[in-house]
Write a protein that binds this ligand. Structure first.
Ligand SMILES: CC(C)(COP(=O)(O)OP(=O)(O)OC[C@H]1O[C@@H](n2cnc3c(N)ncnc32)[C@H](O)[C@@H]1OP(=O)(O)O)[C@@H](O)C(=O)NCCC(=O)NCCS
Length: 157
């Protein structure tokens, strides 16, 4: 039931790319175990992290998008959501994500998370602007970090 609200949230969170509502519905149905939402006191969805386990990298959680409504930013909520999501499955030892060079908020979020959890970080450009995006989108730089030590399980609310 969360797909439409997730779609609206991502629209409110530039520079994220919007996907189709259908894509968000599938994320909420088939990738719910590797995704997480945050709700406010009224039960509205104000945060979302989508992720999946790449078929050929079973110990890796790939984070697709992180979105938090602007009024809730700067309180550690995205970091907390990431910790809760990653702690769901102790077989997951690595996190991957891609970040554009200009997205300092996202770089800081992930770098702080990796430092806090003692996860070694490697980066390289995965999708180049001129090759994959016809120069109308920045490079997407892959961040791969791990292995993570044992995470204390946290039960999502
Ligand atoms: C990126 C985003 C999810 C961060 O959410 P958040 O809850 O504010 O992040 P946190 O409070 O957990 O902050 C994590 C770290 O990033 C830093 N940070 C957060 N926003 C920042 C900003 N705009 N500029 C610089 N640093 C920032 C915080 O200071 C914190 O570092 P600290 O622990 O040293 O203080 C949120 O800003 C957002 O939704 N942005 C729009 C969408 C987007 O760019 N998503 C990421 C790409 S997938």
């Amino acid at each position: 039931m969360d797909g439409a609200q997730v779609h609206a949230l991502i629209e409110r969170c530039p520079p994220l790319d919007t996907n189709s509502v259908y894509c968000n519905l599938l994320q909420c149905q088939d990738f719910a175990e590797t995704s997480i939402v945050a709700q406010n006191e009224q039960g509205e969805i104000v945060g979302f992290i989508s992720g999946y386990v790449p078929p050929k990298r079973q110990r890796t959680l790939f984070i697709w998008q992180v979105a938090l409504d602007s009024e809730y930013r700067g309180q550690g909520i995205a970091s907390e959501m990431l910790a809760r999501l990653f702690s769901r499955d102790n077989d997951l030892k690595y996190i991957e994500t891609t970040i554009s060079p200009s997205n300092t908020a996202s770089q800081k979020l992930f770098k702080n998370f990796f430092t806090t959890h003692h996860m070694a970080l490697e980066t390289h450009t995965l999708f180049e602007s001129g090759i994959h995006f016809s120069d109308d989108h920045e490079d997407e730089v892959l961040y791969r970090a791990g292995p993570a030590k044992q995470f204390a399980p946290i039960h999502a609310v």
